[in-house]
Design a protein around this ligand. Structure first.
Ligand code: CA
Length: 220
């Protein structure tokens, strides 16, 4: 899972990137609306954290533009304290949720998890596929109830496939959703991570659909 943080306050942006990274997300940051617009339209994000007061293009204008263009990525807007009209404008402008500054990081993370889960069509906060379960709240994976240790990239591959379970996910789509923009992808291909996941979790956990990509079975 990959998240774009759009925030011009450097300290808050760093704090968000750190917290999201620790929660298992690949994170990109944009410090103004113009850069965010470009990144949002060219990269594959699972969610966007969008500050409304931004240089170059303000957050609300950017959000409306994205929605007009059919970009459906879940967006949480960050609003100023007490500015109830910003919440209304944000939601009316196409935001899926909002958090008022100052906020607890835990609350923002919970709202993001919920949005990402729902956009993948998952209602249950605990994702299951066969004997596997993945808890986005703790970034933990178990097989038959036994914890399995995964690297950051392995976790992101598994998390993306489990959020999209039942659907075939192409290699290029998977690649888009597990790496931050500045990451050197050459020696870290998706096939390698899938092979490692199969070794750790069982060969049948991820199905290869020839010529199309990968698929994980749904829980029901
Ligand atoms: Ca700002």
């Amino acid at each position: 899972m990959r998240v774009l943080v759009v925030e011009d306050e450097a300290l808050l942006s760093r704090q968000l990137a750190t917290a999201l990274g620790e929660a298992g997300y690949a994170v990109d940051c944009a410090e103004d609306g113009e850069k965010a617009d470009f990144m949002g339209q060219t990269e594959g994000y699972d969610a966007v954290v969008l500050d409304l007061g931004l240089p170059k293009i303000d957050g609300l204008t950017l959000l409306r533009r994205w929605r007009e263009q059919g970009l459906s990525v879940p967006v949480v807007v960050l609003t100023a304290r007490g500015a109830w009209h910003e919440k209304v404008q944000g939601i009316d402008g196409g935001a899926d949720d909002y958090v008022s500054k100052p906020f607890r990081m835990e609350e923002l993370l919970a709202r993001l998890r919920a949005l990402i889960r729902r956009s993948g069509g998952q209602a249950n906060p605990l994702l299951r596929s066969g004997a596997l379960s993945l808890d986005p709240r703790s970034a933990r994976v178990t097989k038959d109830g036994v914890p399995v240790k995964l690297t950051g990239h392995e976790f992101r591959v598994l998390s993306y496939l489990m959020h999209q379970q039942g659907r075939v996910v192409s290699q290029s789509e998977l690649t888009e959703h597990i790496y931050a923009q500045d990451f050197d992808r050459d020696s870290n291909t998706v096939e390698v991570f899938v092979a490692r996941l199969r070794r750790k979790l069982g060969a049948s956990c991820i199905e290869t659909v020839r010529g199309l990509g990968y698929r994980m079975e749904g829980s029901s």
